[in-house]
Structures are given as structure tokens and as C-alpha cells.
Design a protein around this ligand. Structure first.
Ligand code: HEM
Length: 430
């Protein structure tokens, strides 16, 4: 079969493709167009995530298509050591331990260490939106994608002046690795990726030569290694920064976009955010299940593996189709219904499962909760622009909205008029 993830219905209604895969009698599929095995059932995706002896991570960050030789020549210059997401044991165990020691990853630690940063950045962005009342604003660049980036640069101790280029590099990396750009674009994006890596190396080099007492992630990681390369090398610290700057923002951007779209598309949901903020965590879990920001993640088989009655040979690339697993009727009742109060939504696989489980899950949940509640309280009349339809960027892994235009209406909407879209005005010229 062919998945065709870069065209057609995968870009507008991926759930229809997942449903089709789940309905087929065979349990594991081979996507001839990608040269990959597709694992779609909840039970199997969880099994693959949880079995690092059979499913390795070494190729997780390698392009999903055959890159042109010119782009490949640029990519070959990237001497990024594998850490966490791209590493298998023992490097994974060591680098993950370092990350857990230096990057807050439990709800109480995240709230204490990163809560003030998140609140400050949310306030800044929400105030900016309020200033644009009456306009149609694209919430992707102006809120959903920007907030997580501003938070992660603060955590890493990166200056605000670099935000625009980090955003460009990170978007480029995602398109280069998990998209299908044409050859000229591949070369341009590969050059951007190399610049991005040099930038991260510089961030670390400047700390190594200067003051290490800061509270930022890079200073913490360098203090943690304490000059001992067997604990962590400076290049590994740069590699972690390189990964966190992308993993820390493109993903949470997706959660915010999917959450906003769901909250704004059904009458009453937006008002409930402000009136019952305690309902938001459950709403966010259902958003994660229903529209995962990463809906396919890669593994490579380290030995022949039999799963769902199919034997996958050693050395084969596998796409764990998280989006499909989250809609598996064997796991979730009425999986294609978005139910903000679903009790078992937390069983989704959107943050992975097992030894590589997402380090940033608690941060993403905190950011999204604070952002949605504050937005709903401050802009109670926020509405999707009339005629909006979801279209996603062509990508095998990251399910990113192209746009999410919304009308900034700061006055509250009377309950009985909740269905009526307010008068839209044209977007402000850039
Ligand atoms: C909604 C937001 C997010 C989603 C959906 C998400 C999803 C994922 C997924 C699917 C994995 C792979 C798990 C596996 O391979 O088993 C992962 C790993 C990872 N994520 Fe996230 N992520 C999110 C936010 C974040 C944030 C905010 C950060 C950090 C600032 C982060 C950092 C990482 C890291 C470092 C790993 C690698 C962990 C390892 O290999 O040990 N993620 N994430």
C-alpha cells in the first residue's frame, strides 16, 4: 500500500487514513512509497515504544526520503552526537539521566521552575492580541508557535533577538527531515540546519569560556558534567540544546493549535475554559489523543520482529502511527468523537511510552493549560474566522496547522448568541 502523507487527504483529514488502516484485516502494513512499515494499533505501537531491544532510535532523526547528493553533502558536515531521542542504550541512558537532572520534567518541578516564565510569556502575548481587537489574527505564528518558542529560549538562556532565526531553522529542520522538499529546497534547508548546529555549538562554547553560575539549562548541564566527558561532553550539551529548541516548541505549538481549534469550534467550550479552569487538563488530554502534535514517530528494527502476525526484518524503518493508535476502537470507545471529559484519554500515546517517554510532557501540559485559560478569560469572544478549514503542513511526523485565523473579540458573548460568528475584519497588513 501507499500512505501518500505529502498529498491528498492526509493533509486535510488524516483521521480518515488512520481509520482505513485500522479497518484493514492485516495488522501491520508496508508503505511502499515511504519504504517503511506502518504500525497502527494501540497495543502494537505501545509494544514498539516499550521495547528498545527490538526497536532502536538511531534513525529517528534521519530523513524519511532519499535526499539529493548536494543536500546530503551539507548534512554530512553535521557532527551532532546522538543524545536522547536519537540514541540507544547506553548513550540514551546516560544522556537521558543528564537531561532529567538538568531539565525539570515532573509536574511539581516544572511548575516551580518554569511556571513564572510561562505566565510572563503568556501575559505578554495575550496583551499583544488584546491590542489588536477587532482584527483577524493568525494564531499559529502569533500565539501557538510563538509561546512555546519564547518559553524554551528562556529556559535555555538564549536571547530574544535570536527567536526569529531559531524559528526559521526549526521549521526548516522539520520540513527537511520529515517532509519532502524539492532538491533546491533540500539544499537551502540543509544549509540552515548546519548554521543552526553551529549556533548551538557557539551557545555552549560561550558558556564554557564564561560564567557558569546561571540558572539556564546550558549552564546547568555544563555544571552537571563538571568537566568530565564520561558524564557528558560539551558537544552533547550542544546536541541537547539543538534538540530541545525544536522538540520544545514545534510540539507544544501543535498541542496549542489542536486545542484552540477544538475549543473554538464548538459552542460553549471556550466559555467553559474560563468558567471551569479545572476542566482544562482533561480537555487537553483529549486534544492530545484526538490530534497528536506528533502523529507518527520513527524506529528501526534491531532484529527481526513479529508483531500483529507480520514479521518485520531487521534494519527496517517503522513508522509508529500514533494518530491511528489514539483512535483505535479496541482502546477507546467512539474514538472519532472528541469528548472533553473522556476518562481514559490519558492512555493516548502522544508523548510516546517507555524509556524514551517525552521529557517535556509536564512542561507542554503546563504551558497549554495556562495559555488556554488566560486567553479564554481575557478574550472571551475569540472566534475562528468564518470559513476556516484545517490544512496541515506536508509532514510524516509533525501535524502542524498551516494557519488558524481567528477574530479578536474581547467582549464576552451573551450565552444565547454563542453560535453567531462576530463580524470579521481583514487581517492587518504585515
Ligand atoms: C505537546 C507537546 C509534545 C509532544 C506531543 C511531544 C511528543 C514526543 C514524542 C512522541 C517523543 C518520542 C518518544 C519516544 O521516542 O518514545 C518525545 C520525546 C522527547 N521530547 Fe517531547 N513532546 C512534546 C513536548 C516536548 C517539550 C516541551 C520538550 C522539551 C522542552 C520535549 C522534549 C523531548 C525530548 C528531549 C524527547 C526525547 C526523550 C528521550 O528520547 O529519552 N518534548 N516527545
Amino acid at each position: 500500500m501507499e500512505l501518500s502523507p505529502f498529498a491528498g487527504s492526509y493533509l486535510t483529514d488524516p483521521a480518515a487514513v488512520w481509520r482505513d488502516l485500522l479497518n484493514r484485516p492485516e495488522e501491520v502494513h508496508h508503505a511502499d512509497d515511504l519504504g517503511m512499515w506502518l504500525i497502527t494499533r494501540h497495543e502494537h505501537v505501545r509494544q514498539a515504544f516499550g521495547d528498545p531491544e527490538s526497536f532502536g532510535n538511531a534513525l529517528t532523526l534521519a530523513p524519511v526520503y532519499e535526499m539529493c547528493p548536494e543536500a546530503l553533502a551539507v548534512v554530512m558536515q553535521l557532527d551532532v552526537p546522538a543524545t536522547t531521542a536519537a540514541a540507544d542504550s547506553p548513550v540514551h541512558t546516560r544522556t537521558r539521566q543528564a537531561l532529567r537532572a538538568t531539565f525539570a520534567n515532573t509536574a511539581p518541578r516544572v511548575s516551580a521552575q518554569y511556571g513564572p516564565i510561562v505566565r510572563r510569556r503568556v501575559d505578554e502575548l495575550v496583551d499583544g492580541l488584546v491590542d489588536r481587537k477587532g482584527e483577524v489574527v493568525d494564531l499559529i505564528p502569533e500565539f501557538a508557535a510563538l509561546l512555546p518558542l519564547l518559553v524554551v529560549v528562556d529556559i535555555l538562556g538564549v536571547p530574544d533577538r535570536d527567536v526569529a532565526r531559531i524559528r526559521r531553522w526549526a521549521d526548516g529542520q522539520i520540513a527537511l527531515i520529515w517532509g519532502q522538499p524539492d532538491p533546491a529546497e533540500q539544499v537551502r534547508l540543509a544549509q540552515g540546519l548546519l548554521e543552526f548546529w553551529h549556533y548551538c555549538q557557539d551557545l555552549v562554547a560561550r558558556r564554557v569560556d564564561g560564567d557558569l553560575t546561571g540558572d539556564d539549562f546550558i549552564s546547568r548541564a555544563l555544571r552537571y558534567r563538571d568537566g568530565d566527558d564520561s558524564v557528558l561532553t560539551p558537544a552533547e550539551v550542544a546536541s541537547m540544546a539543538f534538540n530541545l529548541l525544536v522538540a520544545g516548541h514545534e510540539t507544544t505549538a501543535g498541542l496549542l493549535a489542536h486545542g484552540l481549534e477544538q475549543a473554538l469550534s464548538v459552542p460553549g467550550r471556550w466559555r467553559r475554559m474560563a468558567e471551569e479552569p479545572e476542566s482544562v487538563p482533561a480537555f487537553l488530554e483529549e486534544s492530545l489523543r484526538f490530534g497528536p502534535a506528533i502523529d507518527g514517530w520513527l524506529r528501526v528494527t534491531l532484529r527481526p520482529v513479529t508483531i500483529g502476525g507480520v514479521t518485520i526484518p531487521a534494519g527496517a524503518r517503522c513508522l509508529l502511527v500514533i494518530g491511528a493508535a489514539n483512535r483505535d476502537p479496541a482502546m477507546f470507545a467512539h474514538p472519532d468523537n472528541f469528548d472533553p471529559d473522556r476518562r481514559d484519554a490519558k492512555d493516548h500515546l502522544s508523548f510516546g511510552y517507555g524509556p524514551h517517554f517525552c521529557i517535556g510532557a509536564a512542561l507542554a501540559r503546563l504551558e497549554a493549560r495556562i495559555a488556554l485559560v488566560r486567553l479564554a478569560e481575557t478574550i472571551p469572544g475569540l472566534r475562528l474566522a468564518p470559513g476556516h478549514v484545517s490544512v496541515y503542513k506536508p509532514n510524516v511526523a509533525f501535524r502542524a496547522h498551516r494557519v488558524l485565523p481567528a477574530v479578536i473579540n474581547v467582549s464576552s458573548v451573551p450565552r444565547e448568541r454563542y453560535d453567531d460568528p462576530p463580524e470579521a475584519v481583514p487581517a492587518r497588513a504585515a
